[in-house]
Design a protein around this ligand. Structure first.
Ligand code: TRP
Length: 430
């Protein structure tokens, strides 16, 4: 019953292109529609500040990326779609993680090391032009992930090291302060293609060979006409191997369409005609989304409202979780019971009660020491399922409630009262 959480971030540093769509947007939107999956997708605008110091560009990219995801079918009612900088708990958690992360580990991060190596090769100071932001990049990313206790993080191969670092941070923190974090895993989609760009190299902003996802029809057509081909004349058989044109077509077409396109290559289709076919095939998939994209770009306040609603959902998890972490590390109210361990031990504990109702279903509730109701479940088919939900709440605290929301009744005490009750349970266990 407890769902699996997927989380991924998109740095708001550019305009989404077809490579982003095929490699990340399309598979992520598809994944978010699977049942039993809880998805967190966010705009990593704090990360963008590391690379970009043009405020307008950050703002524009944030809008373009949000509008692209929404136009591509991301349903903000089904996923938690938010902007990193709307969740102040993330930078706060970054500091907690900074304090449990070895500096030596960060020295070995690929992106930082690449900058240092470049400086050394140029006989400059190793840290010339390296900001502390670049150095800290993996910690901020770790906070993004651990904040929501994500199980799986869909990323490109270049990001695997960052996920491993996040695992390290989870372990270091848990080791010092108790089990608070899930150790995340990188989810690499083997079947997802990397798209070649106009020049045949991987489509990437750094090669300046991209086709913007929502270029207007005429521009899309012009860009596709510019894809590099060989000089074979019409009527001459063409090779599909190594053809950027063919690979891009394949990423959009069905197996049958791809076979037919390969046949056309063998039959000597003219490059111009092949490009025309590719353009029509891409436009067939993109055109319905383009209308929505253009609408959202013209109504940024609609996107803003959706992101705000997403931030509210994200903070419903992050705020109580952060409160628990503050408690765990000792940033506590001086009057709180935890400051005086002798008293804490005596503090009356709340408890979970499991029971069966006349409808034959199995329920649980959380009651405080005096028996007042704090949390009420809906019915489960078996006592085991109810037990799993209880274990999840005990283990993950309030953070688990979002995942369990379809199994909980509306009667819930305030987050503060629930937190105190959960803390008392832990005290109870010694
Ligand atoms: N570093 C990622 C990239 O550039 C973006 C990112 C930021 C991210 N925080 C994240 C991805 C958390 C996954 C999870 O692609």
């Amino acid at each position: 019953m407890s769902s699996v959480r997927f989380l991924t971030g998109i740095t708001t540093s550019g305009t989404p292109h077809l490579g982003n769509y095929v490699g990340s947007i399309r598979p992520a939107v598809a994944a978010s529609l699977r049942p039993g999956v809880e998805s967190y997708y966010f705009l990593a605008d704090y990360h963008a500040l590391i690379k970009i110091n043009e405020p307008e560009r950050i703002q524009r990219s944030t809008l373009e990326i949000a509008a692209s995801w929404l136009a591509a079918g991301l349903d903000p009612a089904r996923v938690v779609f938010y902007r990193q900088s709307d969740v102040p708990e993330i930078p706060e958690l970054t500091w907690f993680l900074t304090c449990v992360t070895g500096k030596g580990i960060l020295n070995r991060a690929h992106a930082y090391k690449a900058s240092v190596d470049k400086n050394l090769a140029a006989e400059l100071d190793p840290d010339a032009d390296v900001t502390a932001g670049l150095f800290m990049y993996p910690v901020l990313m770790g906070a993004d992930i651990l904040m929501f206790n994500a199980h799986h993080v869909p990323v490109g191969r270049d990001q695997i090291q960052h996920i491993e670092m996040a695992r390290d941070m989870a372990h270091s923190f848990n080791h010092r302060y108790g089990e608070h974090f899930v150790a995340p895993l990188a989810a690499i989609e083997e079947s997802v293609a990397t798209l070649p760009g106009l020049d045949g190299r991987k489509m990437s902003k750094s090669y300046d060979n991209t086709i913007p996802l929502f270029a207007p029809r005429a521009e899309l057509k012009k860009l596709i006409a510019g894809i590099k081909t060989d000089s074979r004349a019409p009527g001459e058989a063409k090779s599909t191997e190594g053809s950027a044109l063919f690979q891009i077509y394949q990423a959009f077409a069905s197996a049958e369409e791809t076979t037919a396109f390969a046949q056309a290559f063998a039959d000597g289709i003219a490059w111009g005609a092949a490009k025309e076919q590719l353009f029509e095939r891409i436009d067939r998939e993109i055109a319905p989304m383009r209308a929505r994209y253009e609408h959202l770009m013209a109504h940024p306040q609609e996107v803003e409202a959706l992101l705000h609603a997403g931030a509210v959902k994200a903070r419903a998890v992050a705020t109580p979780f952060m409160a628990r972490l503050r408690q765990a590390v000792g940033l506590r109210s001086l009057g709180s019971a935890a400051a005086a361990p002798a008293k804490a031990a005596k503090m009356a504990a709340a408890s979970f009660k499991q029971y069966r109702e006349k409808d034959g279903q199995f329920y649980f509730k959380l009651v405080d020491a005096k028996g007042a109701l704090l949390l009420q479940s809906l019915g489960f088919e078996s006592p085991k399922q109810a037990g799993v939900a209880i274990a999840l709440i005990k283990q993950e605290g309030l953070g688990a409630l979002a995942a369990l929301r379809t199994q909980l009744a509306d009667e819930q005490a305030s987050p503060g009262a629930l937190q105190a009750a959960l803390d008392s349970l832990h005290g109870d266990q010694g």
